[in-house]
Design a protein around this ligand. Structure first.
Ligand code: G1P
Ligand code: ZN
Length: 543
């Protein structure tokens, strides 16, 4: 077999976004598209010669053939070994764990996360570093720069290898180890949580629904929840991963996980419900009759993590992305531990986790995780909730009510306006940015604006600076509006409007966040002139 050097030329638009490069599947399948980007990855990290990588993806359409291409390119670029999940499938947190467990030089993850999959939907590729976390901006910038000057890539002409068979094989001299996708991840979970206590809770009649949304977590959830923890067979629904996710939009939020929501709000609801996304790093948590917002979930997990064996020593600190509500900050203050506010995207948590400053991290976009890996981890969050429920022996509703009574409540919602023409969205954001200096002191909807800025972040570990990470409008009463454009979409622009209002409580569960936030929502529309610029008056998705 021979190594081929294929002449190519730069393809426009290969700039990684919030989480890797995401495009429509036919774009990724186009001539040289995947190959150019993979070669740019290898070039940007100083070559692949002699290195070991992890490879896996969320199983969406094109996952299998993309894996074969990446393996042939790794071999041709001189990689020593690639550890691949069976059938090239790995959840994102499982891939992160394998990178760390095997002390590899990083890994390539094929996923477009919660975006739909299929021949006409989305595909994505990202590189994770030896610490298991997404490549930082400096590295993704180097990859992008390389895509703009690339002239050739290297690929072996070896035939496809059988990724269904677990064990060792070789591809053009490169070692390939195919591993079970679930085993090492499940073993890690057993070290963190009190499996006997959770098992006893299930034996005692506790009921649960886990909606895997026809995505990657099905086999993980079935093995851990049903086989190891004794949840009733059938607890996991939509548990078979499908290349098109069965037509589902595998994004665990009340809009897209509506089947789960209907069951949890219905008359025969189980005690606990959860869902995960396409690649298994997101989670939504629901109690019987009570939805838990991701920002509140992070706060409750932070307040109770010590009940799980893996966190019994307590937390070093809690980090949240800037648009995430400040609920977790209140817990951090009460515990006397560090609190950090980072830009959107998991890559910004990596340094804090590596330095031991933060133990738990979370984003309002249904992402929660800890220092056990360097990605957010959907099933991990579900297991931590189960451990807390087993230890406290209370319902989710009771835990939430006690939490709000103690800390007050940060009413919170995110409104998404999708597929706006990019020029209109850019014009709106430019006008808003231009108005920031004039905002402080103004009164809107009976609230006084205390400050307004464009969030910039200086990483406390390496001093790197990230500018323009979202416009913040802060009110004197503690309410807050944040606006930014999505960095993961593949069609036009998506405007995200994050809304928050603090109530010191005591406050029950009976307030509808949309009602509590009504003046803040009106203020956001008038200050940014959303309708005037975009023609939109109502959001497409509310979480
Ligand atoms: C979105 C979320 C962000 C998350 C990212 C990857 O990015 O908002 O919190 O880290 O997906 O899952 P966005 O589209 O807003 O750039
Ligand atoms: Zn995801």
């Amino acid at each position: 077999m021979t190594v081929l050097t294929i002449a190519t030329q730069p393809i426009a638009g290969q700039k990684p976004g919030t989480s890797g490069l995401r495009k429509k599947t036919p774009v990724f399948m186009g001539p040289h598209y995947l190959q150019n980007f993979v070669q740019a990855i290898f070039d940007a990290i100083g070559g692949a010669q002699g290195k070991t990588f992890v490879l896996g993806g969320d199983g969406r359409y094109f996952n299998d053939s993309a894996a074969q291409i990446i393996l042939r390119m790794a071999a041709a670029n001189g990689a020593a070994r690639v550890i691949v999940g069976q059938n090239a499938v790995l959840s994102t947190p499982a891939a992160s764990h394998l990178i760390r467990l095997n002390k590899t030089d990083g890994g390539i993850i094929m996923s477009a996360s919660h975006n739909p999959g299929g021949p006409n939907e989305d595909f994505g590729v990202k590189f994770n570093m030896p610490n298991g976390g997404p490549a930082p901006e400096a590295v993704t910038e180097a990859m992008f720069a390389r895509t703009t000057e690339i002239t050739e890539y290297r690929i072996s002409d070896a035939p496809d290898i059988d990724l269904g068979r677990i064990g060792d094989t070789t591809l053009d001299g490169m070692a390939v180890t195919v591993v079970d996708s679930v085993t090492d991840y499940a073993a890690l979970m057993e070290t963190l949580f009190d499996f006997p206590a959770i098992r006893a809770m299930f034996t005692g009649g506790f009921t649960m629904r886990f909606d895997a949304m026809c995505a990657v977590t099905g086999p993980y959830a079935t093995e851990i929840l049903e086989n190891r923890l004794g949840a009733a067979p059938g607890t996991v629904t939509h548990g078979t991963p499908l290349p098109d996710f069965g037509g589902m939009h595998p994004d665990p939020n009340p809009t897209w996980a509506h089947e789960l929501m209907a069951e949890m709000m219905g008359p025969n609801a189980p005690d606990f419900g959860a869902a995960s996304d396409g690649d298994g790093d997101r989670n939504m948590v629901v109690g019987r009759g009570v939805y838990v917002s991701p920002s509140d979930s992070l706060a409750v997990l932070a307040a109770n993590a010590h009940l799980a064996p893996g966190y019994a020593r307590g937390l070093a600190g809690v980090a949240r992305s800037m648009p995430t509500s400040a609920a977790a900050d209140r817990v951090a203050d009460a515990l006397g531990i560090g609190k950090y506010e980072t830009p959107t995207g998991w890559k910004f948590f990596g340094n804090l986790l590596d330095a031991g400053r933060a133990t738990l991290c979370g984003e309002e976009s249904f992402g929660t995780g800890s220092d056990h890996v360097r990605e957010k981890d959907g099933l991990w969050a579900v297991l931590l909730w189960l451990n807390i429920l087993a230890a406290r022996r209370q319902s989710v509703a009771a835990i939430m009510a006690e939490h709000f009574a103690k800390y007050g409540r940060n009413y919170y919602s995110r409104h998404d306006f999708e597929a706006i023409a990019t020029d209109k969205a850019d014009a709106m954001m430019a006008a808003l940015r231009g108005s920031l200096a004039t905002l402080p002191g103004q009164e809107v909807e009976g609230m006084t604006i205390a400050a307004a800025d464009d969030f910039a972040y200086t990483d406390p570990i390496d001093g790197s600076v990230s500018q323009k990470q979202g416009v913040r409008i802060l009110f004197a009463d503690g309410s807050r509006i944040v606006m930014r454009l999505s960095g993961t979409g593949t069609e036009g622009a998506t405007l995200r409007v994050y809304l928050e209002r603090y109530s010191p409580g005591p406050d029950g569960l009976d307030h509808d966040p949309q009602e509590a936030l009504a003046p803040v929502i009106r203020a956001a529309h008038s200050l940014a002139r959303i309708a005037e610029f975009t023609g939109r008056t109502t959001p497409d998705v509310i979480t």
